[in-house]
Design a protein around this ligand. Structure first.
Ligand SMILES: [Zn+2]
Length: 498
């Protein structure tokens, strides 16, 4: 019996079957190997067939199984879905529930929000997958984490033009002009309580080994400097009063953000301030320190929510693991987030850091989502090459290893996974285990962007070499070609052997 099978059949296997406190210790000894997957993927392929394939190809031991699809990859064209030996269906024509777990009304007494009312009216809505999967999952010594990204984008919350979450419009952010925005406010008490209640509900009613929770949005400062189309938020009554307690004046924040917003608009129209962009922005930061303070407090509110989720999970099931999802912009290019929420501040908010480290797709994302966007305003005085070189220097990426601008769309080398995994490990002196998110076959602009097996293999090995205690095959199982999932699994097996 090799080492892998030995451990699987003893400590880890026993813990998984018994759901005992051994699970925690076992997870830390054995590499944690997750995969992000939708319920309908499993039901389309058949539970037994799908689980066997995940184990055999990807060495997967934990499903990161999506519980709520208020925010997820949606409306993908069939060409980006992988051939898994069954007919590929056009998901744009399918209607799935927004919630894949049953809810218990007793948990939601302190919030005005309610989950989708009739998920059973949608495809697979009559199935209770999180219960159905327990037996086949445990028979294979596998675990299941709830995977939930908070609902960030109103368009994905809508079903037939109406929010699928009751009273959703009442918890949305308020912009600097007093208008409702499109995402929920992290300081809204009803929103927070709904998140908390949902976690209590799930962990009380289902046998879950953990949760992956996280947000995929930036602060108001990043929205102005490298993303566009956002009016600064949040100026709701809850944010104003909370920030007042921190000594931040709402009127100065509004004025500062208005000036910053107007500056970005003028830059977009081709105007150039006489003292240069950076000087003018730094002037605003000094004149209205509330710009920075408002941004900082916003990101702290997210941190508070992560901690609240952690405590809610532990209150029901202390052995359950909480993996904190760090989305790609946060892990890799949002310097304001990185400055305001270092990994060391995440101690006490989770058991695992799970940063997105999708090396191949990072190339076009860096090029078009970060550098090209910033070039329209904040970095308009730099060429894209200069901007890229500055980015490489500031983020400690060797420009002799990382691609030149004309090669950026071909992807970033696996070395990036090593650098960013090591940064996360070092930031907490190894006290918070890291599960690196390895990107496999992630589409670009609605078209396939195929991974290379040797690149996936190397990236996965490098994550372990950098100190990762686990890896998570990402972004979505249904996009992964089997040859690439196998390359991921081969690296896990190779690492585990050694
Ligand atoms: Zn607010």
């Amino acid at each position: 019996m090799n080492r892998r099978n030995f451990i699987k059949s003893t400590a880890f296997g026993t813990a998984a079957l018994a759901g005992s406190s051994l699970l925690n210790a076992a997870l830390l000894k054995k590499p944690h190997v997750g995969i992000q997957i939708y319920g309908y993927n499993i039901l389309d392929e058949g539970i037994e067939t799908c689980l066997d394939g995940l184990q055999e190809r990807g060495a997967i031991d934990t499903l990161y199984l999506t519980t709520h699809t208020y925010y997820c990859a949606v409306n993908r064209p069939p060409q980006v879905l992988a051939d898994h030996g069954i007919p590929i269906q056009d998901e744009r024509k399918r209607r799935f529930p927004k919630i894949w777990v049953r809810t218990d009304e007793r948990f939601y007494k302190e919030t005005i929000l309610r989950h989708q009312a009739k998920p059973q009216d949608f495809e697979y809505g009559d199935r209770d997958l999180f219960n159905e999967i327990q037996k086949p999952l445990r028979a294979r010594g596998m675990n299941v984490f709830a995977r939930w990204y908070e609902p960030t984008d109103i368009n994905r919350v809508l079903v037939d033009g109406t929010p699928s979450i009751a009273n959703w419009e009442k918890v949305l952010v308020v912009d600097m002009n007093g208008k409702r925005g499109t995402s929920p406010c992290w300081n809204n008490p009803d929103y927070r309580e709904w998140l908390r209640a949902s976690v209590l509900d799930m962990f009380s009613n289902y046998e879950l080994d953990g949760i992956q929770f996280g947000a995929e949005r930036v602060g108001p400062l990043s929205e102005q400097l490298f993303r566009h189309g956002f009016t600064p938020t949040c100026f709701c009554e809850h944010c104003i009063s909370k920030n007042k307690e921190k000594g931040l004046d709402a009127e100065d924040a509004r004025t500062g953000y208005r000036d910053l917003y107007n500056l970005m608009e003028s830059l977009r129209q081709g105007q150039r301030p006489v003292d240069g962009v950076v000087t003018t922005v730094l002037r605003l930061f000094q004149k209205y320190p509330e710009i920075l303070g408002w941004n900082y407090q916003w990101i702290q509110a997210d941190n508070e929510i992560q901690k609240m989720i952690y405590q809610a999970v532990k209150s029901i099931k202390p052995t359950a693991q909480v993996a904190r999802h760090i989305d790609h912009q946060r892990s890799s290019w949002d310097i304001f987030y990185r400055a305001a929420a270092p990994y060391s501040d995440m101690i006490g908010t989770c058991d695992w850091i799970k940063p997105i480290l999708y090396h191949e797709i990072f190339g076009p994302r860096l090029h078009h989502w970060k550098l090209a966007e910033e070039h329209k305003t904040f970095a308009s005085e730099l060429t894209l090459e200069q901007s890229m070189e500055l980015f490489y220097a500031l983020f400690h990426y060797d420009k002799n290893v990382f691609p030149t601008l004309d090669k950026l769309d071909d992807g970033i080398p696996p070395k990036y996974v090593y650098i960013e995994t090591k940064r996360a490990v070092d930031a907490t002196s190894g006290t918070l285990p890291v599960a690196s998110g390895i990107g496999i076959d992630i589409p670009w602009n609605g078209q396939p962007y195929p991974s290379k097996p040797e690149s996936i293999y190397k990236a996965t090995l490098l994550a372990f070499q950098a100190g990762a205690k686990g890896v998570v095959a990402s972004r979505e199982y249904d996009e992964m070609q089997f040859v690439n999932l196998k390359a991921f699994g081969d690296a896990v097996r190779e690492n585990y052997k050694g």
